[in-house]
Structures are given as structure tokens and as C-alpha cells.
Design a protein around this ligand. Sequence first.
Ligand code: SF4
Ligand code: SF4
Length: 177
Amino acid sequence: MAGQCCPGKPVAKRIRVGGQDVGIAELDAILRKAFEMKGVSDEGLKKVLLRELRIHNYVPPLAEKEYLKGLWDAFMRYREQHKAVEEDYHGIPREEIPWFPSINYELCSNCGKCCEFCHRGVYIFDDGPKVAKPSRCIVSCTGCMALCPDKAISFPSLVELREALRVLRAKYALKKQ
Ligand code: SF4
Ligand code: SF4
């Protein structure tokens, strides 16, 4: 079954499959991958989701449709939540938005996965991971946090982010779209 936990592996998040909660490895990274693909039809996004699901999880062939249905529902929730945040920050200088990873070096084992994973150049690896360009981090992305095997990466909560955006919108006299 998909997402069964192995010793030392991060605990999988869950989707509904055939009326049951099923753990899915790398769920956040799978959803993020599809979310970042702009201008792709829903059918195209479903193909991306299924492909990414299969990369990280075993999907029983006979249950594929049920898995895709559960994954699509999770994606719709993810998209609504993150779209709302994205709409909030247009017009605010990115440098002022407090959204970037923080590393707890007491937990970090220097595996370097975060540096390899982030295609935005937020990290450099110099005797360990360093957040070199925080403002290149995509607002509301948490991809590197989801894959860190030591749970050493953290972000503000979405509630904290939205409150910060509310204050910044007032500062720049921006109306919510
Ligand atoms: S993925 Fe986590 S453990 Fe690995 S280098 Fe990055 S912060 Fe450290
Ligand atoms: S959360 Fe930011 S730093 Fe992490 S993978 Fe996404 S863009 Fe890169």
C-alpha cells in the first residue's frame, strides 16, 4: 500500500482512497509540483499528479482511479489555499514578505537534499545548508520542508503569513484582489 512508513522515513500525509485514509509519501511535493505548472489543463494536471504519485509511492493498478480521485481532491484544497495566499502578495516587495526556510542546525544532518531540491537557488551548500537568498523562496512553498529527513526546516504558518501580508498591504495601501 502507498505510503507505508519505514523506520527513519518521514511520516506520510494522507488522502481519502475508497473511503479510507491512505498515507502518501511526499504528498506536499507532489501537490506543489502540479501547482507550479501554470496554464496546464485539469487533465494535464491529473497526469502530472499520477506520474508524481507513482514516483514516490506504489499505486495498485486496480485502485489507480480511486487514488487519483483522492489526490485530485487534496490538490483542489491545496490549490485554493495557496492561490488565496498568492493573490494576497501582489504589489508588495518580495524582500519584505517573511517567507523563507529556517534551518535548525541541531537537527540537520547535512544531507544536502534541500539544496539539491530547490530550483530557485534559495540555498547554498557550504559545509552544510545555508539560506543564501531567502527572497527567492516562492511564497507559500514548503517543498524543502516536506523532504527534509530530519525535520530541520521550518516556515511560518499560513495564518502568520496572511497576517504579515495584511499588515504589508495596509503599508502599501493595496486593496485585496
Ligand atoms: S534536507 Fe534537512 S537535514 Fe538535509 S541538509 Fe537540508 S536541512 Fe539539513
Ligand atoms: S520552500 Fe522555498 S526554499 Fe524550499 S523548495 Fe520551495 S522555493 Fe525552495
